[in-house]
Write a protein that binds this ligand. Structure first.
Ligand SMILES: *[C@@H]1O[C@H](CO)[C@@H](O)[C@H](O)[C@H]1NC(C)=O
Ligand SMILES: *[C@@H]1O[C@H](CO)[C@@H](O)[C@H](O)[C@H]1NC(C)=O
Ligand SMILES: *[C@@H]1O[C@H](CO)[C@@H](O)[C@H](O)[C@H]1NC(C)=O
Ligand SMILES: *[C@@H]1O[C@H](CO)[C@@H](O)[C@H](O)[C@H]1NC(C)=O
Ligand SMILES: *[C@@H]1O[C@H](CO)[C@@H](O)[C@H](O)[C@H]1NC(C)=O
Length: 730
């Protein structure tokens, strides 16, 4: 031991005192904004061009957690994104290399996505994901890279010695299986081992400094963040994003969302077939259950969709965010939480999944397939049914679409056999124009700290796929002399390759099976590969990094128009208030104000806010009590005239029930772009207003005007025309 300490002092040149044998590690946590463009871009997740964002409900964050034992280190970064991606990871690692030399590498940085469906799209370098977003969106990509790097810098700078604890427990009433017919195709004796058809276990890792300070927490629980459905247009971290801010605020009372010291992440696990819409799929026309095999109503997918228990999607998000938050609090405070003891190790490798040799259980060797999506992919899932009238469970070709696709490139007959019984809709692995449609190169990683093991997987494992992988890792670790591990699947890590079902689920070809892009033996290939990784890691055997994925950044096409210019209606300035708040409001009411505004893409205000809610202190100064990251505010932005470049920002504040009486005001900030391209910031502030404690029976309260003031800005009058002409002359 003394030798080892001396050795690490020599190697690292700094006196630190991690001691994995007694559970003392170097740990650090960090967080930064990754929201990106707040308006005018498609949102990632529903494979649908319709949701174009127009504001922010809650901001998206990257949360980084460093664990180091003086010998090895890894950083786990949870991002409120649809998924982690290859290009983002490559660039993050490049930038970390400039800052820290070789400390952070492809192998020891894990980036995982929560899978929210309400974040800006366009940050994946492969074409398939850019179809709905009309190409690559540089501002989304840059914001994500910047924020992730910043979160790791913060974590790095906060490293201190401390301890880790884990605890797990069941959370019922927060998820259902959205493809039960596929799940039922798994062997009966396997299903009999489990009480439920989704995982109900939340597993939590707690970070505490040696002096007892609470530093952070990550938990893994499998559920799609699709409480906000595809009609939502405000950026949101969905149920997990809301749970994160609830937890962080509980640990730092009075802090603004995303600004407290404590860092709490709600990470994604094997959510492939797991929906938060626990009321189940219903035919929206009749209210009856949809057809269970095909998720259709009268043969069509469009009318079959699932919803949560809330009165609307926002309330469902609130309900599931709160349930995950409450379970996490319970696990965080669990007096029986187990202290993590043992070494830090990590291993990773890139592999070509388009032709990976798998040895099946019966000894037969077979190959995975080139990426291809089946017809049921286009049907979508019941959390957001597809735009075409494909049905789930299709195993016969739809000749119309086959024709259109074949017009591009003929489907390779060998691949038809390889993917059987999946009828191929898009053989993306065979489309290379104008650049690659999907990735053949896939990143795989296993990390451990003591008995806690993280398998970072490149997509969405279904419930049973995740169970098989965890069991496999448990036996491999036990065989290698590390029994009793606590394995978690970190879903949607590093690169996105859609779904991973079991072989049996694949046969049913629901959305998840159709989206298992490397063919029927994808899961077996990963189980074989992760077994190899775990053994090599535990035996301290070096493995080659594998084939480098391509960097397609310079090839990216974007059809999303930049904002050209902004202007104001005649006689108005940017930031002018178009609708003032009521002079007196009560807790529980919503304040709505409007401002003359400009396109938020002029500056996404990364790390900042488009709005503030401020409270006047006794000395007359104003204190910010909420920003656009907070759940109780909403910032939305509307173009009122594309020709004139005029726009309006609306700020809503739901006055929390526990607000005490006082004087408040709301501000809006943004950046306007002038003809010629100059960008200038502006600020608008409302009149002060009072939050009064209600005497709801008083005549004064009852007689308060309740209808909202007229807030339509004048945009079509002569004055506007004049301001337009003037802006042309200027
Ligand atoms: C989305 O949720 C809203 C309620 O917030 C509901 O009115 C609408 O029908 C839902 N749409 C879909 C496609 O799920
Ligand atoms: C796939 O790999 C196998 C075995 O390594 C090889 O025989 C075969 O030619 C490869 N196929 C393709 C299409 O690369
Ligand atoms: C092994 O299993 C695969 C997949 O179930 C099957 O296609 C193959 O025929 C089997 N081979 C033998 C030798 O049984
Ligand atoms: C809040 O209301 C109480 C009771 O009416 C009053 O005494 C106090 O001055 C008010 N506080 C503020 C900040 O307005
Ligand atoms: C207000 O009025 C309701 C109904 O008339 C009554 O039940 C309640 O007690 C009153 N509250 C107060 C604070 O007077």
């Amino acid at each position: 031991m003394i030798c080892k300490v001396l050795l690490s002092l020599l190697v690292l040149g700094a006196a630190r005192a991690a001691d994995p044998a007694t559970g003392i590690y170097n740990i650090g946590v960090g967080r930064y904004d990754i929201t990106g463009p707040a308006a005018g871009v498609n949102m990632m997740g529903y494979v649908n061009p319709a949701p174009i964002n127009d504001g922010i409900h809650i901001r998206l964050f990257a949360r980084a957690f460093i664990i180091d034992d003086d010998t090895n280190r890894f950083v786990f970064v949870n991002t409120d994104l649809g998924m982690a991606t290859q290009l983002v990871k490559m660039t993050v690692v490049e930038r970390l290399k400039i800052l820290y030399g070789g400390i952070y590498t492809t192998e020891n940085v894990i980036i995982s996505g929560t899978h929210t469906h309400s974040g800006p799209a366009g940050y994946i370098q492969y074409l398939l994901y850019q179809v709905p977003s009309l190409g690559f969106i540089d501002q989304a990509y840059e914001s994500i890279v910047y924020g992730i790097v910043e979160s790791i810098i913060q974590a790095h700078n906060s490293i201190t010695t401390g301890r880790l604890y884990y605890s797990s427990g069941e959370l019922l009433n927060a998820n259902i299986n959205r493809s039960p017919s596929a799940y039922l195709n798994n062997p009966e004796e396997e299903r009999a081992k489990y009480q439920y058809d989704t995982d109900k276990t939340m597993t939590l890792l707690k970070f505490v400094a040696e002096d007892g300070t609470d530093l952070g927490m990550v938990n893994w629980f499998a559920v799609h963040p699709t409480s906000m459905n595809k009609t939502n247009t405000l950026v949101s971290g969905d149920n997990k994003g809301y749970a994160e801010q609830l937890f962080e605020k509980a640990m730092d009372p009075g802090s603004l969302a995303g600004k407290g010291k404590f860092v709490g992440a709600f990470a994604q696990s094997n959510c492939g077939d797991v929906s938060p819409n626990t009321d189940g799929p219903k035919c929206q026309d009749t209210g009856l259950a949809c057809d269970i095999l095909t998720s259709t109503c009268g043969g069509r997918v469009k009318l079959c969709y699932a919803a949560g228990p809330g009165k609307d999607m926002e309330e469902s998000t609130e309900i599931f965010g709160t349930r995950q938050f409450e379970k996490a609090v319970e696990l965080y405070n669990d007096p029986n939480a187990v202290q993590v003891i043992g070494p830090v190790q990590i291993i990773g490798q890139q592999l070509d999944m388009s032709n990976y040799t798998v040895t099946l259980a019966n000894g037969t060797a077979t190959q995975t397939c080139r990426p291809a999506l089946g017809f049921s992919f286009a049907a979508g899932a019941t959390d957001g049914p597809g735009v075409f009238d494909f049905t789930q469970g299709m195993t016969e070709d739809n000749p119309f679409w086959t024709k259109i696709v074949n017009f591009v490139v003929e489907t390779d007959p060998e691949q038809i056999v390889c993917h059987h019984p999946k009828p191929i809709l898009l053989e993306t692995g065979n489309y290379h124009r104008p650049y690659e449609w999907t990735s053949d190169i896939v990143e795989t990683q296993v990390a451990r700290v003591g008995q806690f093991v993280i398998a970072a997987v490149p997509g969405e494992f279904t419930t049973m796929s995740g169970r098989r992988m965890r069991d496999q890792l448990s036996s491999v670790f036990a065989e290698e002399g590390v029994p009793g591990i606590v394995p978690v699947i970190a879903g949607l890590s590093n690169v996105y390759t859609h779904y991973i079902t079991t072989f049996e689920e694949y046969a049913i070809q629901r959305y998840e099976g159709a989206s298992t892009i490397f063919g029927p033996h994808t899961l077996e290939a990963y189980m074989q590969h992760y077994t190899m990784l775990a053994r090599a890691m535990l035996r301290g055997k070096a493995i080659p990094p594998g084939p480098a994925p391509p960097n397609l950044l310079k090839d990216q096409i974007s059809l999303v128009r930049e904002n050209v210019y902004d202007s104001t209606p005649f006689d108005y300035a940017f930031g002018d208030v178009l609708a003032q708040p009521y002079p007196v409001v009560y807790p529980g009411e919503t304040v709505i104000v409007k401002f003359v505004s400009a396109h938020p893409r002029n500056d996404p205000l990364l790390g900042g806010s488009f709005l503030t809610v401020e409270r006047q202190a006794d000395d007359g100064s104003w204190e910010v009590i909420a920003t656009d990251a907070d759940w109780e505010t909403k910032y939305s932005w509307q173009r009122t005239s594309t020709l004139l470049g005029t726009s309006v920002a609306t700020v809503k504040w739901d006055v929390p029930e526990d607000t005490t009486n006082g004087t408040f005001r709301i501000s809006h900030t943004g950046h306007a772009k002038f003809m010629g391209g100059t960008i200038q910031s502006f600020l608008g502030v409302t009149e002060p207003f009072f939050v009064a404690l209600p005497d709801r029976n008083s005549t004064e309260f009852i007689n308060l005007p309740r209808e909202k003031p007229d807030d339509t800005p004048a945009t079509n009058n002569i004055g506007n025309l004049l301001s337009y002409v003037m802006s042309l002359v200027m």
